[in-house]
Design a protein around this ligand. Structure first.
Ligand SMILES: *Cc1c(COP(=O)(O)O)cnc(C)c1O
Length: 387
């Protein structure tokens, strides 16, 4: 039944793109939805890297069975588990190619999903890739190893430049990227800098488009009343919230922040809205009206408590959905807590949780996961009949 429905909605989404199927790894002309035509920085091209549309299906969160919950599977967006980042990169890489760059630089934490997605996308597009990765002072001079995202980055031949957390805070991500860009230019290269998380005005279009796709996948014309997601650098939320506003859909948009704090996200998202020409002096969109940011960082960015990991294990066991420890796991936990503390606010609504990916981040947590998963006691020596 679900598979059948998905087939129908997938077809509807494809036909709305103007063709029956999307050619893969092609630079294609892009035209925005009607309701987004007044924006600035409209991309001219898109490089098809993602496997779209991603599925939408019903989902049961243990402890929230009474609510109508759906899940949008952007963890299945393709390109080596690239999650939400591949949608942003479709526009960012297209522009880098069109502008004649020969390599890209981006920056993030040592297990950044965005950096890994960029490394793969750049290779697909024939661009070299330089990553600036933030590590602890004790480790920044060592070989970064091959855990999780690093394995993929290094297999595709990305250049890894490590900085310490202190250097990152002191200089800021843009200045560090500029420093590396200057060094590469001196060698005759022409680098394109991609900001943290791919959360630029251009990257925002990835989630303006994802909103359009998701609307067409809702079970009926009522659509989804609530869209819930993890928020790390803000671009995914900005795109969804802006599209929701411009299209007049009026769902509630919830961003569960996994770092910084809600104040930071309101102002960062406002910056993107302004850059896209949607801010106060033109369309009048304000981040605070478009989205509700909720603090969900727990112990801090990329730090997992065993309660969080246990929660993820419980979800995996009950529904087969594997969330990630840094983003979607914390967001889903935040959602469950919000539902439990104020059920009236969520009942009768049709809620969709955007699964943004991040599976490889799980490998970074193996020591913490061992007692939880090993403790299930489901691993045994096969008993062979001796007779
Ligand atoms: C980057 C990332 C996010 C956050 O998206 P932003 O657009 O940076 O806010 C959420 N989930 C996963 C798995 C990510 O890698």
């Amino acid at each position: 039944m679900l598979a059948f429905r998905h087939n129908l909605t997938a077809k509807a989404a494809l036909s709305s793109m103007g063709s029956e199927s999307r050619a893969y790894l092609q630079l294609q002309p892009y035209s925005p939805p009607k309701w987004a035509e007044a924006l600035k920085k409209i991309p001219k091209q898109r490089f098809s890297l993602a496997t779209l549309p991603t599925p939408v299906h019903r989902w049961t969160l243990p402890g929230a069975e009474e609510f109508e919950l759906w899940i949008k599977r952007d963890d299945l967006s393709g390109m080596q588990l690239s999650g939400n980042k591949v949608r942003k990169l479709e526009f960012i890489i297209a522009a880098a190619k069109a502008q004649g760059h020969d390599c890209v630089i981006t920056i993030g934490g040592i297990q950044s999903n965005h950096c890994r997605a960029t490394a793969v996308a750049a290779r697909y597009a024939g661009l070299d890739c330089h990553l600036i990765l933030r590590n602890s002072r004790a480790l920044a001079d060592e070989d970064p190893g091959l855990v999780g995202n690093l394995l993929v980055e290094r297999l595709v031949g990305a250049h890894v430049h490590q900085v310490t957390k202190e250097e990152y805070v002191q200089h800021g991500s843009m200045a560090l990227a500029e420093t590396l860009a200057t060094q590469l230019r001196a060698k005759g290269l022409n680098p394109c800098i991609i900001p943290v998380g791919g959360s630029s005005a251009l990257g925002t279009w990835g989630y303006i488009e994802a909103f359009r796709e998701m609307q067409q996948q809702a079970p009926d014309s009522r659509g989804f009343t609530d869209i819930v997601m993890a928020c790390g650098s803000g671009g995914t939320t900005a795109g969804i919230a802006l599209a929701n506003y411009l299209s007049g859909h009026k769902a509630r948009v919830w961003a569960f922040g996994v770092c910084d704090d809600p104040e930071y996200f309101y102002s960062f998202i406002q910056g993107l809205l302004d850059e896209l020409g949607a801010g106060s002096n033109k369309i009048g969109a304000t981040a605070r009206d478009l989205v509700t940011c909720v603090q969900a960082k727990g112990g801090g960015y990329a730090i997992s408590s065993s309660a969080e990991l246990q929660f993820m294990q419980h979800i995996a066991q009950s529904s087969g959905i594997i969330l990630d420890p840094v983003y979607s796991g914390k967001a889903a936990k935040g959602l469950l807590e919000a539902m439990s503390s104020n059920p009236a606010d969520w009942s009768g609504r049709r809620i969709v949780f955007l699964h943004t990916g991040g599976l490889l981040g799980m490998y970074d947590k193996l020591p913490q996961l061992q007692p939880i998963v090993g403790g299930l006691g489901r691993s045994h020596r096969l008993q062979l009949d001796a007779s």
